[in-house]
Design a protein around this ligand. Structure first.
Ligand code: ATP
Ligand code: ZN
Length: 742
């Protein structure tokens, strides 16, 4: 600790404070030595005219030689347990690994907020107006809406006005008016109401099968030793991986009520069914952390995590950076899922960082999947991960029969997308009263609108992409920048009326076809643009569970996690779709997706069947599904990666340059190429126009660095980019181990 006398004779110290701003290093601040401060303490500091939350990164100043009188003092130490060393080290690691400013990683740790809001979060617990029903209003004459409010509140403890309005389906003003008239009571309660503790042996408690038991025993053994170990829990679809890790969660909490568990799920849409299962099992809801959670709830979860007042948090990628007090187990479900890679800002891979966090925390981590990523399989081979396998479906369920439909032979009628064979199977299934899922990974009505007269394709004015028709909403939309406009009557180029045609199918168009062919069936179309919130998705899931839906049509959002006992037929409309892009992971990704969607069929007593419509049924991916020999397919993929020294046998770093002035972008690209590191261990390709040459009016070029496994790429890339310096108007994004090549 450095200290010296200040002007007034009292002792002061210098501190390094990491701020949630895009800076790489902490800033120096002063504070009286009497101040009770620790490494990791959250403090409020001034910066210009702003007040920010920062974290004490060192109990001494950095080496910036600024005299004390140039430094400002911290304003106060905030009321929260200090950030633990393991999280501070994760921040350092993430920043170094991804070549991001440390302050940007700190921003993720603080949750939502950088500025003022961050400070408010630490203030005495905010109070919130709650409403309750104390009087008997049955004799009152009430409007329908007021009656709905009474029904929603009846017999329940006070709830926030927003919750009551949601429950009753009326506006908040109606509730406020009722409070004013004395019909309802209002009370201010702290927002930070505590999370309930799980009931460990109370709820539904399945008896594990032998292989499930073996897997959960292995995890529990490590849990009790309180050490790091990474498990790859590989179990076929429907084998009950969730039950295995629920058992592990039960054991951690049985050993230690204050233990905390983090479960990462790839998609928030997935959580509805998962949450239901959790609640059945543990009698309480876990805390949630994802983009659909409101600011007040996020504040509550963040604080509870830090104070150790919440046991289980289920979340998306960013929950990994929450300030847990006693993190004891991390689960990454569907670990192979590409959405764990963050593609904006700090470009980290949440699965890999979860393993790192567990290592720093010295606790076990479980990666679960029916189709593990190639990287994880290799880590098993190298004995870095402990492999646990479930080979059979739970109970009497068996894996579905999978067949291909050769679209060159069994072609659909013109302008339709369902082959005669698949139509026949759907009809049979409807007669049986079973449910069918049709998978097509394309949102909207049609991916392309084409003019029959002049051949013009309707493109986004800001991106090099076609506009996708959304017929229900009568809009044309860009799926890259969100640009949106009404559908057109005439061709924007040759101005011919009624000459535009929709080309290709999206789920909406497939829905139209299905409704026409099977008018008596109840159909639901699920895509991320229609299922915009967890509650909307939950409502549809409940309908499917209740058997109110016969045919489910959806994008990749329906492929994973779901368990619908009555679903026995899966049709894949275009099994080759994912193979067309052609990056290094296209085959692996398509294989995983097809296994996952097939895995939705026949998960209970009734046998499942899957039909893959393909123009290339001889493709190794389709063959792997038909033969059920995924292991051989993945082994061949691993060999191909090894041959070409592709990750994880070698390293890739992508540089994505973008700017409004294409000449400047190309110029920076050329400068980078000229200064590129080259050796027998390192090669650089590019600059080349990105496949998406323009997004949001910004032109994009890419360079790709390929290095041997032993090369430390981060210092190399840092030095390389520093040699160019910053160029105004051109952004350089660094993507270590890229998953997207667009
Ligand atoms: N030991 C058990 N006792 C009773 N029910 C079980 C048991 N194991 C699994 N199940 C039930 O079997 C069904 C499938 O299990 P689960 O959803 O956990 O599989 P999964 O391995 O996660 O599948 P997927 O990878 O396809 O998501 C669930 O309804 C689950 O409750
Ligand atoms: Zn666009």
């Amino acid at each position: 600790m450095t200290s010296q006398e200040n002007l007034f004779g009292s002792s002061i110290q210098r501190l390094s404070i990491l701020l949630p701003l895009p800076f790489s290093d902490p800033y120096d601040y002063l504070c009286p030595e009497t101040c009770k401060i620790e490494l990791g303490s959250y403090v409020e500091v001034p910066l210009g005219s702003r007040r920010l939350v920062g974290v004490v990164w060192a109990l001494e100043g950095s080496d910036n030689h600024l005299p004390d009188d140039k430094l400002k003092s911290i304003l106060r130490v905030l009321d929260s347990p200090p950030m633990e060393e393991s999280l501070r080290r994760l921040v350092d690691f993430t920043a170094t690994y991804t070549i991001s400013p440390k302050g940007n990683v700190m921003k993720m740790c603080l949750g939502l907020f950088g500025g003022k809001d961050g400070v408010e979060r630490f203030d005495h617990r905010p109070m919130l107006q709650h409403v309750s029903l104390l009087h008997d209003l049955s004799a009152h004459r009430l409007t329908e809406k007021r009656r709905a409010v009474v029904d929603a509140l009846n017999g329940l403890p006070p709830m926030p006005i927003s919750a009551a309005s949601e429950q009753a389906g009326v506006s908040q003003s109606i509730i406020r008016a009722m409070i004013k008239q004395g019909l309802l009571d209002s009370i201010d309660l702290p927002l930070d109401s505590p999370f309930e503790t799980a009931q460990l042996r109370g709820g539904e408690h399945p008896k594990l099968s032998e292989e499930q038991q073996t897997a959960s025993d292995a995890i529990i053994k490590t849990l009790r030793q309180k050490t790091y170990e990474c498990f790859l829990l590989e179990g076929v679809t429907g084998s009950g991986k969730t039950e295995v890790y629920f058992e592990a969660i039960t054991d951690v909490l049985e050993q230690d009520q204050s233990a905390q568990i983090l479960v990462l799920l790839p998609e928030i849409a997935l959580t509805s069914q998962w949450l239901g299962r959790f609640e059945d099992r543990f009698g309480v809801k876990p805390a949630e952390w994802h983009s659909d959670v409101g600011a007040a709830e996020k504040r509550r979860v963040w604080r509870a995590a830090g104070k150790g007042n919440v046991q289980v948090i289920v979340g998306a990628r960013s929950s990994l950076y929450l300030p847990f007090k006693n993190l004891s187990l991390i689960i990454v479900d569907e670990e192979h899922d590409p959405s764990f890679k963050q593609e904006e800002g700090v470009m980290y891979h949440a699965r890999d960082m979860a393993v790192t966090r567990a290592f720093l925390q010295n606790c076990p981590v479980v990666l679960a999947s029916a189709t593990p990523s190639l990287e994880s399989l290799i880590n098993v081979k190298n004995e870095r991960y402990h492999h646990l396998t479930l080979l059979e479906r739970h109970g009497s369920a068996t894996l579905p029969d999978i067949q291909a439909i050769d679209m060159r032979i069994d072609a659909p009628p013109a302008g339709q997308w369902l082959s005669p064979k698949l139509m026949e199977k759907i009809t049979e299934n409807l007669v049986k009263g079973d449910q069918t899922a049709l998978f097509l990974n394309r949102r909207g009505y049609a991916p392309l609108t084409l003019c029959r007269t002049c051949g013009h394709r309707v493109e986004c004015p800001h991106c090099s992409a076609w506009l996708v028709e959304h017929r229900g909403r009568q809009r044309l939309q860009c799926h890259h920048c969100g640009f949106d406009m009404p559908t057109l009557e005439a061709c924007p180029d040759c101005e011919t009326e009624d000459s535009l045609v929709a080309c290709g199918p999206g789920v909406e168009r497939l829905g139209e076809e299905v409704v026409t062919l099977f008018p008596e069936a109840q159909v639901a179309v699920l895509a991320s643009d229609t299922m915009t919130s967890v509650s909307k998705m939950a409502a549809v899931v409940a309908q499917i569970e209740a058997g109110e839906i016969d045919i489910i049509i959806g994008t990749q959002m329906i492929t994973k996690g779901y368990h619908f006992p009555k679903l026995t037929l899966v049709g894949v409309i275009d099994a080759d779709l994912g193979l067309r892009g052609g990056d290094m992971r296209a085959g692996e990704r398509t294989y995983q997706q097809l296994v996952q969607v097939s895995g939705r069929a026949g998960r209970a007593e009734r046998k499942g069947r899957v039909y893959l419509q393909s123009f290339e049924p001889e493709h190794p991916v389709v063959q792997a599904l038909l033969t059920g020999d995924g292991a051989t397919y993945m082994a061949a993929e691993i060999e191909a990666r090894r041959t070409y020294a592709m990750p994880p046998f070698g390293k890739l770093v992508a540089l994505i340059l973008s700017g409004e002035d294409v000449k400047k972008v190309i110029d920076v690209g050329r400068q980078l190429a000229a200064k590129a590191p080259h050796s027998d261990q390192v090669k650089v390709m590019g600059p080349a126009p990105a496949p998406m040459t323009k997004i949001r009016g910004h032109f994009r070029y890419r360079l790709l660095l390929h290095a041997s496994k032993k090369t430390a790429v981060q210092p190399l890339v840092k030095e390389w980019i520093a040699a160019i310096g910053t160029v105004k108007g051109v952004k350089i994004k660094i993507d270590i181990d890229p998953y997207s090549f667009f």
